[in-house]
Each structure stands twice: as C-alpha cells, then as structure tokens.
Write a protein that binds this ligand. Structure first.
Ligand SMILES: Nc1nc2c(ncn2[C@@H]2O[C@H](COP(=O)(O)OP(=O)(O)OP(=O)(O)O)[C@@H](O)[C@H]2O)c(=O)[nH]1
Length: 336
C-alpha cells in the first residue's frame, strides 16, 4: 500500500502537475514570466515618462460628468505639483488655468462635444506662481452617458516666448522702440473698421521735427538719432496705454489715438509739441540744444472715410503747419 502511494507521489513530482517548489515547474515559470512582464511594463513606463518629459508632453483622460481626471506623470511636472499629494480633477485643473484663459478652455471643452475635438492653447499658473503656456489636443469619446475627453497636453512656454518676441520685433521700430509703420497701418485699418461699425471716434496725429537736417548738420547725425530716441521715450511715458505711438520712418512720427475726438487729439498733439519744446537734447560734443515739431491732426469722419483719406488730411495739415512757420499744431476743420 505504502509503495503504491510513493509511486503516485513520484509520478506527480515528475509530471510537475502540482508542485511550485521546483524552479522548472510551470507554476514557477509562470511567476517568473509575470515578474519579467511587470519589469518590462515598468521599464516601458519609465521610457514613456522620459520621452514625455523630453517632449514636454503628457496625456490625460477626463470624465466630464463625474469630474474625474487622470494625468500621466509628465503632467504633474508641467503643472508643478507633487503626484503624492495632488489629486487631479477637472475642478482642480480649472483652478490652475490662468483666469484670463478659463473662458476659452471651457468653450473648447463644450465645443468638443459637437466637433469631436478639443484644441486650445492657454496659460496655467503653477502653485509656485510661474505662468506656463500649454497646448491641449483631445478627442471627445462618449462612453454610455459619460462624456469622455482623451488627449495630450504639451508645454509650449518656450515656443510662445519666442513667438511673442518675434511678434514684438516685427512691429517695433529698432531705433526708438516705438511701433513701426507696418503695425501702425494694421491698427489704423482695424480702428477704421471699428469706427464704421460702432462709430467710435479715432484720431491720427502726424508730426516731424522742424529743420531736422540742420540738427544733423550742426550737432552730428548720432545726436539726431538720440533726439529721435528721446522723443520715443517721451511718447511711451506720456501717452495713454492704448494709444499707438509709431515712428513711420526718418524723423516722421504718428500717433493713433483710439476713442479720441478731433478736439482731444489736438490737446494730445499740443501736449507732445510742448514736451518736445521743453526737452533738452545733447550734441555729440555734449552741448545742449532745443528742437521743435510740427503736428497735423485728423479724425475719422463720415461714412466714406478711408485710411488713405485720413492720412492725407493729417499730412496736409502737417504741411500747412510747416508753411505757417513750424512748431505748431494744425487740425482738420471740424466736419471738414
Ligand atoms: N539722425 C537721423 N537723421 C535722419 C533720420 N532719418 C532722416 N533723417 C534726416 O532728417 C532730415 C529731414 O530733412 P527734411 O525732410 O528736409 O526736413 P527738415 O530738415 O526736418 O525740415 P522741415 O521738416 O521742413 O522742418 C534729412 O536730413 C534726413 O537725412 C534718422 O533716422 N536719423
């Protein structure tokens, strides 16, 4: 009887059907394979995380109704929060969106339910106060009655910084740091559209230095340049923030004054004229000298108004001021 038991045990052990002790048993092999698979997944996750960090890209899944949000590790890095203490939720995410961008983020999320895609660039404010730009791209995938968004978020702060810098450069006059002619003309076209639509009064002042050639000849070309720079500083510090002071080229400047009547624009031009008159400029040898400007002022008027017409009137007024003796402001006749 005992022998027959031993035989059965031997048979079981040799077939390996029920023992996990032997390293070659299917049970142990299974455990090893499972362990290796886990390690492989962990390795892939680390690689994926690394790649996401390099690309500054994270992925997320949001359940809109349940207010649930899953974040991949890279998003915690981008948002500057600690995964061990921060629990993502749609509410918590929205609290970190820059207040000025929240409306467009929410609008894009709602639009996604119709168009199928969520695509928005916006700023976030991290807990340390740093503001970053992100680009979110997601697909809308309803599951039953749950509204699911699955997507990516990419840190585009550096790209935005360069973009903003480029935009700034493309509209800035190099010498005076005022706006350049191109930007002035773009804004003038926009303001004309606003005037036509809402009837908002907008005025233009054109001015240039009097006898600038003499300034260059007497005090040196770089003193002339410095005079232009000083006027740039003066305009930037003395005008309202939504006024557009520009250097059109050479010693010719322009002010685009939104929400400003002809009468008010004459006041602004007169103020600038007096400020320039009171300013002391410096020659290359360190000698102080004075200068003056002549201004031509015009404002949008009538239903047939064009950009060319308002600039032409302002230019004619400037010419008239030069002819009448310089250092003065000449404006359109009201309702001319
Ligand atoms: N320093 C300097 N001079 C410039 C610049 N652009 C133009 N000028 C000079 O500005 C002078 C302008 O001369 P004009 O157009 O005859 O005018 P003006 O001498 O100011 O005389 P009025 O405008 O009639 O009062 C020229 O000598 C130009 O060479 C600049 O960027 N820097």
């Amino acid at each position: 009887m005992k022998d027959s038991h031993n035989n059965i045990d031997n048979q079981r052990q040799s077939s390996g059907a029920h023992s996990c002790d032997s390293p070659d048993s299917p049970c142990q092999r299974g455990r090893r394979e499972l362990e290796e698979a886990r390690e492989e997944i962990a390795r892939l996750n680390r690689t994926l995380h690394r790649i996401q960090c390099i690309a500054r890209l994270g992925y997320w899944k949001a359940s809109l109704k349940a207010n649930e949000l899953f974040w991949s590790e890279a998003i915690y890095d981008i948002f500057g929060v600690d995964p061990s203490t921060f629990t993502p939720s749609i509410r918590a995410f929205k609290a970190m969106v820059h207040p000025e961008d929240l409306e467009s983020v929410e609008a894009s999320m709602w639009r996604a339910q119709e168009t199928g895609s969520h695509d928005v660039e916006h700023r976030i404010v991290r807990p340390d106060g740093e503001v970053r730009w992100v680009h979110e791209l997601a697909d809308y995938m309803p599951e039953g009655d749950e509204q699911i968004l699955i997507g990516t978020v990419r840190d585009i702060t550096e790209q935005k910084r360069l973009e903003l810098r480029l935009r700034q450069l493309s509209r800035t006059d190099e010498l005076t740091a005022l706006f350049n002619r191109r930007y002035f003309m773009q804004r003038l076209v926009q303001e004309l559209a606003r005037y036509r639509r809402y009837g908002r009064s907008t005025a233009v002042v054109l001015f240039d230095f009097d006898h600038f050639k003499r300034i260059n000849d007497t005090h040196g070309h770089s003193a002339g340049d410095q005079a232009l720079v000083s006027v740039g500083k003066l305009l930037r510090s003395k005008l309202r923030t939504n006024d557009i002071p520009a250097r059109l080229g050479g010693e010719e400047f322009a002010l685009l004054l939104p929400e400003t009547s002809l009468e008010e624009a004459v006041g602004v031009a007169e103020k600038v004229r007096q400020l320039v008159e009171q300013q002391e400029f410096m020659s290359e040898e360190g000698h102080r000298f004075g200068a003056s400007i002549t201004c031509g002022v015009s404002a949008f008027q009538g239903t047939e108004e064009t950009v060319e017409a308002i600039l032409h009137r302002a230019d004619q007024n400037l010419y008239e001021g030069k002819r009448a003796g310089r250092n003065r402001v000449v404006a359109d006749e009201p309702d001319s």
